[in-house]
Design a protein around this ligand. Structure first.
Ligand code: GTP
Length: 598
């Protein structure tokens, strides 16, 4: 289609503010999916078959929309991941667009994550269309939220749309606004091809399917193409669009969005942020901003049953096909035997992988406490990087340990100011500044060690702010810290998988807290089990798990049957994730016990 009739846009929203619901409604109004498909999708998700619904939520859908002027427009809706761990992917998706719908829940107002993505969108020079959603709810505060938006963006009230994605109210106006306010894409079809890869998935028949936005030139299925970062050439298996299913087309030209099925075997050969060009007349320069993903959080993943090692390896390889930011390598733990050290973009990314291994690959696994990557300067002057506490060299050999520091932005209603400050200080955070981007809301900026952020900081923030606080973070730099290894001995044996690195001032306190927590989660065995914590070569805490199995139901007061059932169910599930260490059974919870130690 002619560029002037194309609009590329995305939706920025905080989790649960209604992004998917609004997207579904747009697809429905434009007839991109039928009402019948819609119902099917709803049914799918009710049957916990959400994966099946995924095609409809493909991350770049083309819709055709006839504007009231009578002209037909090609609207490309590009999805953006909703979590802080994926901000690079978000920035690439934004680069593929000219406009963004900013969806804000009328009962909640703006939250930190929305702001973080909004700033990325403003950086990318996108036209922002504010949309207040859920106006059907009695607790909707439309005028107040409109005021927040006006303060933030300077948007006059009459340009802020108020909709109910659920009931369909005013959703048509959203499409009109996209046509009228979002600029058409620029780009020159006569220049050499440059197409941005902003997402991808792996298809066992078509190889890596790269989702692209064409900036210059054209892509035809018969052309030989090149991935610019790696120089790999390929003949596309297919070129097409999502509408919402994959539909082959004969050309994608400058300004358009679609996919290229590359036939390549792993997503690392064609990464998000890469530029695809023609191999016969390549562009001189790739599009700006390509970057390799950098894992920030590391943990060991071990099969509960040793014989599942190969299956775990295959599952990780398959997941990696689709997820270039997941890294792993074999690791041997004295306690847990053979497994993998895995690197993730963040804790949320780690949880997704863990869940997929269990649900999609039906594996019983144990995940060790997450760790960050430390820079260790040895007395010899050599600098080594370690991502597993077990690998920390002897204290006597170490000159200095450096740890990653982050800048974190926390957004909260004013009344929780004190409790947020307290939380951050407890976690070694340093206050930097505060701003008031909306009435009665404050945005606090801190510097904080990443190791303190990955231990349930976010959950703690949520509970301290009754769910209203939100946060965003990014890497600042490595800084030296007075850090020591905190080791745990079970029945006299050090368990490498339970070791952590902590600040020296906190070692004693954390050692004690860890031992008492372990004492609770390690079930009673047929014999007494001693649990000890040691730091800097000294035992700092000790407790005994007494012999005999403890009665889980003893915890229940009264006769609440569902509660008992839940507890038994939980114990059953917990049981699956037990690992024998020596002759002691250690449950998954034990490995994560270091999380949440204050
Ligand atoms: P994630 O997919 O988790 O990022 O959430 P999302 O932003 O896509 O939100 P989603 O569309 O899943 O909506 C979250 C919840 O809000 C769902 O229970 C929706 O049914 C509900 N919801 C969405 N839009 C509306 C609305 O206009 N009115 C009401 N009452 N509820 C809505």
């Amino acid at each position: 289609m002619e560029k002037e009739f194309i609009r590329n846009f995305c939706i920025i929203a905080h989790i649960d503010h209604g992004k998917s619901t609004l997207a579904d409604r747009l697809l429905q109004i434009t007839g991109t999916i039928s009402d019948r498909q819609m119902v099917e999708q709803v049914l799918d998700s009710m049957e916990l078959e959400r994966e099946k619904g995924v095609t409809i939520k493909a991350s770049a859908v083309r819709m055709l929309y006839r504007h009231s002027s009578g002209k037909e427009y090609e609207l490309n809706l590009i999805d953006t991941p909703g979590h802080v761990d994926f901000s690079y992917e978000v920035s690439r998706a934004l680069m593929a667009c000219e406009g963004a719908l900013l969806v804000v829940d009328a009962t909640q107002g703006i939250e930190a994550q929305t702001l973080a993505n909004l700033y990325l969108a403003l950086d990318a020079d996108l036209t922002i269309i504010p949309v207040i959603n859920k106006i059907d709810l009695p607790s909707a505060r439309v005028a107040e939220v409109a005021q927040e938006i006006q303060n933030l963006l300077g948007t006059p009230p009459e340009e802020i749309l108020a909709v109910s994605a659920k009931e369909g109210t005013n959703v048509e106006k959203v499409l009109e606004a996209v046509v009228e306010r979002v600029p058409s894409p620029r780009g020159d079809t006569s220049l050499p091809l440059r197409a941005l890869v902003f997402d991808s998935h792996y298809d066992s028949y078509k190889g890596v399917v790269a989702y692209v936005r064409v900036f210059d030139g054209m892509i035809r299925p018969e052309d030989t193409l090149r991935v610019m970062s790696s120089g790999i050439d390929f003949r596309p298996v297919e070129v097409g669009i999502f509408s919402p299913d994959m539909r082959p087309v004969s050309v994608l030209s400058a300004g358009e969005v679609g996919y290229v099925a590359t036939g390549l075997k792993t997503v690392s050969e064609c990464r998000v942020g890469d530029t695809i060009t023609s191999s016969t007349s390549p562009a001189a320069e790739p599009l700006p901003g390509f970057r390799h993903p950098k894992p920030m959080v590391f943990a060991g993943i071990y099969p509960v049953e040793n014989e599942d090692y190969e299956r775990l390896k295959e599952a990780l390889e398959k997941l990696q096909l689709n997820d270039a930011s997941l890294v792993f390598q074999p690791e041997k733990s004295q306690a847990l035997n053979f497994g993998f050290r895995c690197g993730f973009l963040g804790l949320f990314h780690m949880e997704i992988i863990q869940e997929r291994l269990e649900r999609e690959y039906d594996l019983d696994i144990v995940v060790t406490a997450p760790s960050v990557e430390y820079e260790v300067v040895l007395r010899t002057g050599e600098v080594v990087r370690i991502d597993s506490p077990a690998l920390l060299p002897d204290e006597g050999l170490i000159e200095e340990i450096r740890e990653p520091w982050m800048v974190v932005q926390i957004f909260t209603p004013m009344e929780y100011y004190g409790t947020v400050m307290d939380l951050v200080r407890r976690r070694r955070g340093i206050f930097r500044e505060q701003e008031y981007p909306a009435p009665n809301r404050v945005q606090l900026t801190f510097e904080i060690p990443l190791s303190e952020l990955i231990v349930d900081f976010f959950d703690e923030l949520k509970s301290r702010t009754r769910g209203y606080g939100s946060m965003d973070y990014h890497f600042a730099e490595y800084r030296p810290g007075d850090l020591v290894k905190l080791e745990v001995l079970v029945a006299g044996e050090p368990v490498d998988a339970l070791a952590t690195i902590v600040h020296r001032d906190q070692a004693y306190h954390k050692g004690q807290a860890l031992v008492s927590k372990l004492k609770e989660v390690i079930p009673r065995q047929l014999f007494d089990v001693a649990i000890q914590a040691a730091a800097g070569g000294r035992i700092i805490s000790r407790a005994n798990v007494k012999a005999l199995r403890k009665d889980v139901l003893a915890k229940c007061y009264g006769g609440d049957v569902t509660r008992k059932k839940k507890l038994l169910e939980k114990q059953k599930r917990g049981k699956k994730r037990m690992k024998m260490i020596g002759n002691v059974e250690i449950p998954q919870e034990a490995f994560l016990a270091v999380l949440g130690l204050e």
